[in-house]
Design a binder for this molecule. Structure first.
Ligand SMILES: NC(=O)c1ccc[n+]([C@@H]2O[C@H](COP(=O)([O-])OP(=O)(O)OC[C@H]3O[C@@H](n4cnc5c(N)ncnc54)[C@H](OP(=O)(O)O)[C@@H]3O)[C@@H](O)[C@H]2O)c1
Ligand SMILES: [Zn+2]
Ligand SMILES: [Zn+2]
Length: 659
């Protein structure tokens, strides 16, 4: 294997963090018999990669290839390497090696990651003995010392295991070392990559109470889903530090900035409680703290750095045994620059994992490793397809799905949509597409009587928060029912028609279903469609719209009225509205006309009763009672009898009347 060409995304200066890493080759460390070469399949994106790319902590030694949550296949091992062999699936975290001397206080006591004599990081470090620089995992291959190379247990997928190697163990270690388990209350501050592992692991360790502490309410639902018992939004909840004062034994703080209300966090600790800082702000900054906060509460402030190999192995085993499922989003390695930008914007939910092309190709050609079957999909085409499939199944049995790929650009030329509409006798169409300029798009279009486009509106799905129907394990509602629809946010209230009022009308049209049948479910409402628009942040800013579906559950309350609970059913689609085409006034009027043909024609004097029997009504003209021949019936009868006929002609009648 002497011919490996090492290539990766290289930062050449602090500006590389702004989407400007460049793909290029690099010289790995000099080969020694203690080394392992790994063909990389996955690499998580850690907050530290960003600090390093921009020289945030200290000047970085460029060119630098970051990434220290590496998973891959061993392709070469040195003679002194016994614990892994070629072909094994292995991982490497934030460190490459330490001094490992028997008299090192740290290395000899299982605290390797605190070694003061010879710590080499997975990237941006120098190996001793002039062996060269360390390069990280946004690459095709990595060469590293055997010390921190660990086997990945079978029960874990590569995408799930990768971010555990740094993000996971950095919170696992302080939680374990502080005795988190039954009887303990734990706070996790900052719910990003590290923080979401904090919630997962604290729960898995059996803590009595886990509190997710974040800035905004936006992550509340997710954090409770991750298993947290409570959630605090420090920017938005009132008096949270008083309400929850002295309630926690341990806090692990992952916040990556010095701008944080440290004193208020410390107020949450019980007397003697421990505040462990793991987030590392640029320049090593940390907020000031009043001495009285320390004196009056006797709290401890400490820090923690990643974990030793034994801790990494222990954590992976716990994750495999307890089937811990992190929330990862896979991104192709070639999109590393964009993924970094998205990570910096706080879009990750909750960890991006880069995946190499070879690995993606192997998977699509069916050579899937047993470990990789449970990963969520994030490629744009699959998001659009999943969204279409879910909308289709929500509108069963009224909707029809087409999966053929047609090159349609509805806003440039809608003729193919009109054709579809005509052919399938439908007036509401949803079309999915994804391009670089307009990724993850759904276009809603309506046609009217003469098969022209009435109006259209385009939505751009936000991939990070997208969840399919099948990702929710709740039961689903019965087919054909109509929901209650809830539109919240000022966007829907516009007095003049705009893209939001159009969208509202589309969604109502879509979910109201077949109104002709007049069917009403006797058990009442079964589900709610909630469409909530954020308030726009600026004049031109488009609000994010959150589409959620909830099942209504009526539970016994012990009282006359039942208790009502909402359970999210999926899909969960957050989006921004893109282009729209509003109806022309004349077209709108025509579209609203009710066709006469649809009404049932009534026939004069004929009606149908509720049993379906036909009833007729006869109208008689006014009659003169004096003129009625009522007495001479006998005579008439005789005359008829005499003639032997069965009728009386007019002449005869006249004669008789004269008599
Ligand atoms: N000690 C170690 O050994 C170690 C190991 C790995 C990483 N780290 C460091 O840990 C930090 C977190 O890494 P990560 O990968 O989890 O990053 P991340 O996914 O970006 O999460 C960081 C979280 O911090 C909060 N935050 C971000 N900017 C903030 C600001 N300006 N003010 C207040 N809160 C802010 C956010 O939480 P909310 O949105 O919930 O408020 C965010 O989700 C980084 O500094 C990283 O370098 C340290
Ligand atoms: Zn890291
Ligand atoms: Zn050491």
């Amino acid at each position: 294997m002497a011919d490996i060409k090492f290539e990766g995304w290289l930062g050449h200066g602090p500006d590389s963090v702004n989407g400007k890493m460049e793909w290029g080759s690099f010289e790995p460390k000099k080969w020694t018999e203690d080394d392992v070469d790994i063909e990389i399949s996955h690499c998580g994106i850690c907050g530290s990669d960003i600090h390093t790319l921009r020289s945030g902590w200290f000047p970085t030694n460029y060119p630098c290839c970051v990434g220290h949550e590496i998973i891959g296949k061993v392709v070469r091992v040195g003679k002194n390497v016994n614990h892994v062999k070629v072909g094994d699936r292995v991982g490497v975290g934030a460190q490459a090696r330490t001094c490992q001397q028997p008299d090192c206080p740290e290395c000899s006591s299982g605290n390797d990651s605190y070694c003061k004599r010879g710590l080499v990081n997975t990237y941006n470090s120098e190996f001793p003995n002039n062996e060269g620089k360390s390069y990280g995992g946004y690459a095709n291959y990595t060469r590293t010392n055997k010390q921190f190379v660990v086997q990945i247990p079978n029960g874990l997928s590569s995408a799930d295991a990768a971010p555990m190697l740094c993000g996971g163990v950095t919170v696992y270690s302080p939680l374990r070392r502080n005795g988190v388990g039954p009887g303990k209350s734990v706070g996790i501050v900052g719910v990003g990559g590290l923080g979401h592992f904090g919630v997962l692991f604290a729960k898995a360790m059996g803590a009595d109470r886990v509190v997710g502490i974040s800035r905004k309410n936006a992550k509340r639902d997710d954090v409770l889903k991750l298993g947290a018992d409570e959630y605090i939004a420090t920017d938005e909840d009132q008096d949270w530090h008083k309400k929850h004062a002295a309630s926690l034994d341990v806090i692990v703080c992952t916040v990556s900035s010095a701008k944080m209300p440290l004193t208020k966090y410390l107020n949450l600790l019980k007397r003697g409680g421990e505040f462990v800082q793991v987030g590392a702000a640029d320049g090593g900054e940390f907020p000031d703290v009043s001495v009285f906060t320390l004196l009056m509460n006797a709290v401890k402030i400490t820090g923690s750095s990643t974990g030793a190999p034994w801790e990494i192995k222990q954590m992976l085993q716990l994750a495999a045994d307890k089937k811990i499922k992190p929330w990862v989003q896979e991104r192709p390695l070639k999109e590393a620059n964009q993924a970094i930008l998205d990570m910096e914007e706080g879009k990750a939910r909750y960890r991006y994992v880069l995946k190499t092309q070879e690995c993606a190709e192997q998977e699509s050609s069916g050579e899937k490793g047993s470990e990789d079957s449970r990963k969520p999909k994030v490629n744009p085409i699959s998001i659009v397809q999943d969204a279409l499939a879910d909308l289709h199944s929500l509108r069963q049995p009224l909707a029809k799905k087409f999966s053929k790929k047609n090159d349609i650009h509805p806003f440039e030329d809608a003729s193919s949509l009109v054709f579809f509409s005509e052919k399938n006798d439908t007036s509401l169409l949803v079309f999915g597409s994804s391009s670089k300029k307009r990724p993850n798009s759904l276009t809603f279009a309506r046609t009217f009587a003469s098969n022209q486009i009435l109006d259209m509106v385009e939505l751009h799905i936000i991939p990070e928060t997208f969840r399919t129907l099948s990702q929710f394990k709740s039961r689903k509602f019965a087919v054909g029912l109509r929901p209650m629809m809830l539109f919240s946010g000022t966007a829907w209230d516009s007095p003049v028609a705009n893209e939001y009022t159009i969208l509202k009308s589309f969604l109502i049209d879509m979910f109201k279903g077949d109104t002709g049948s007049g069917k009403i479910d006797v058990e009442g409402l079964q589900y709610i469609v909630s469409v909530a628009a954020d308030e726009p942040a600026g004049e031109d800013a488009k609000p994010t719209v959150h589409l959620r579906l909830y099942l209504l559950d009526t539970k016994r309350s012990g009282q006359r009225l039942p208790r009502i609970e909402l359970e999210e059913m999926g899909p969960r689609i957050d989006f921004r509205v893109g282009r729209s085409q509003q109806p022309e006034e004349a077209a709108w009027k025509e579209a609203l006309k009710k066709p006469k043909a649809g009404e049932e024609k009534t026939k004069k004097n004929i009606s149908t009763d509720i049993m379906g029997d036909k009833l007729g009504r006869i109208h008689l003209g006014k009659q003169d009672l004096n003129d009625l021949q009522t007495r001479k019936m006998k005579g008439l009868k005789r005359n008829r009898d005499l003639e032997g006929g069965n009728g009386v002609d007019d002449k005869d009648t006249q004669k008789r009347q004269k008599k």
